[in-house]
Design a protein around this ligand. Structure first.
Ligand code: NAD
Ligand code: UFG
Length: 337
């Protein structure tokens, strides 16, 4: 049985991936500093899979924390979710982002190598495509960053490529996520942002449940079918499955693999509002607001490479994303609190 360290495993994507990893027969250890998560998410995962999960509180920037884990457990591979992800905050506190995301990954890889573990799946993002010249976006599109968060993802991609060049025993898979939404079908785990959500889906869900008065739609004059921004929303369980498929294959790859995880379909903000209203039976009041700085008009994936190399495809549609997100939100109006 392959032993996998899941950094950031208490978080939104990590907790959903933990469920599927265990169901697929992987032995996992969760490592998280709980700066943006709670132990409760892991308790709920344990309930879903009906087993205990080894959980270690620690920081990926802390060598001692990591050595403790690697000394105790013979780890075969790491899925590295741990990091900070708020774009606006990254503009205000860039060093915090470079420290957590870039330095954190460098320290993690250094300790991994010292323990002879050289397989890593990294959470990259579609943000590395900057403002794309066209859609759909494939893996060979030019890369750029418009904020420190995006730049931290670009830097880590480069660091992991350099690492492979320095020692081609490394196995590296860079997964570029589009927009993860939805929740596990049990409605017991889901996205639980701190404070006012930055992202569309949790904001819509909190508006539908009555925690927010209305949604502000950031711009209705983009060059899209209805003027609002278009994104590739992907069900978090499908995204989680992409990680299982990546791990299944990681030992076979002979080069650094860079793979989009998206559906290939683009939906606008207004499309999402309508789909959510239908799924929840609730009204989602909204107002048109000015564009949000740094936002792009359209972003959706060409997901064909993932199908080719991982045999993976996102299957869940927008209705399932909204239904599952609503089940989580309505059962847990205050998240894990
Ligand atoms: P999340 O905040 O829910 O999960 C990240 C987890 O990492 C949290 O549990 C947090 O406590 C932990 N963490 C943060 N810094 C840490 C550190 N220094 N040491 C140990 N643990 C630490 O976020 P998520 O949405 O689950 O995202 C997971 C990863 O995917 C992140 O790297 C994120 O940048 C990336 N990503 C997310 C999205 C998205 O829209 N959610 C899109 C593209 C990429
Ligand atoms: N939006 C609103 N109102 C809101 C929030 C968002 O109208 O209150 C709009 C945005 O303008 C955008 C769309 O909804 O058109 C999606 O916005 P999100 O903030 O949910 O997602 P982004 O595509 O802006 O960003 C997300 C992640 C980033 C990641 C990026 C690319 O938040 O971390 O996808 O993968 F880098």
């Amino acid at each position: 049985m392959m032993k996998v360290l899941v950094t950031g495993g208490a978080g939104y994507i990590g907790s959903h991936t933990a469920v599927l990893l265990i169901e697929a027969g992987y032995d996992i250890i969760i490592f998280d500093n709980f700066c943006n998560a709670s132990l409760e998410s892991i308790k709920r995962v344990e309930k879903i899979v009906a087993q205990k999960i080894t959980t270690i509180e620690g920081d990926v920037r802390n060598r001692d924390d990591l050595h403790t884990v690697f000394n105790k457990h013979k780890i075969d591979a790491v899925i590295h979710f741990a990091g900070l992800k708020a774009v606006g905050e990254s503009v205000e506190q860039p060093l915090k982002y470079y420290d957590n995301n870039v330095n954190g990954t460098a320290v993690l890889c250094e300790v991994m190598a010292e323990h002879g573990c050289r397989s890593i799946v990294f959470s990259s993002s579609a943000t590395v495509y900057g403002d794309p010249h066209s859609t759909p976006i494939d893996e060979n599109f030019p890369l750029s960053a418009t904020n420190p968060y995006g730049r931290s993802k670009l830097f880590v991609e480069e660091i992991l490529r350099d690492l492979y060049i320095s020692d081609n025993r490394w196995k590296v898979i860079l997964l570029r996520y589009f927009n993860p939404v939805g929740a596990h079908a049990s409605g017991t785990i889901g996205e639980d942002p701190n404070g006012i959500p930055n992202n569309l889906m949790p904001f819509i869900a909190q508006t539908a449940v009555g925690k927010r008065d209305y949604l502000s739609i950031f711009g209705d004059d983009y060059e899209t079918h209805d003027g609002t921004g278009v994104r590739d929303y992907i069900h978090v369980m499908n995204l989680a499955d992409g990680h299982v498929k990546a791990l299944d294959k990681i030992e076979n790859f002979k080069e650094v693999m860079t793979i989009n995880l998206g559906t290939g379909k683009g939906y606008s903000v207004l499309d999402m509002v309508k789909a959510f209203e239908k799924a929840s039976g609730k009204k989602v009041p909204y107002q048109i607001a000015p564009r949000r700085s740094g936002d792009i008009a359209k972003c959706f994936a060409d997901p064909s490479y993932a199908k080719k190399v991982l045999g993976w495809e996102a299957k869940k549609n927008i209705e399932e994303m909204c239904v599952d997100s609503w089940r989580w939100q309505s059962n847990n109006p205050d998240g894990y609190n």
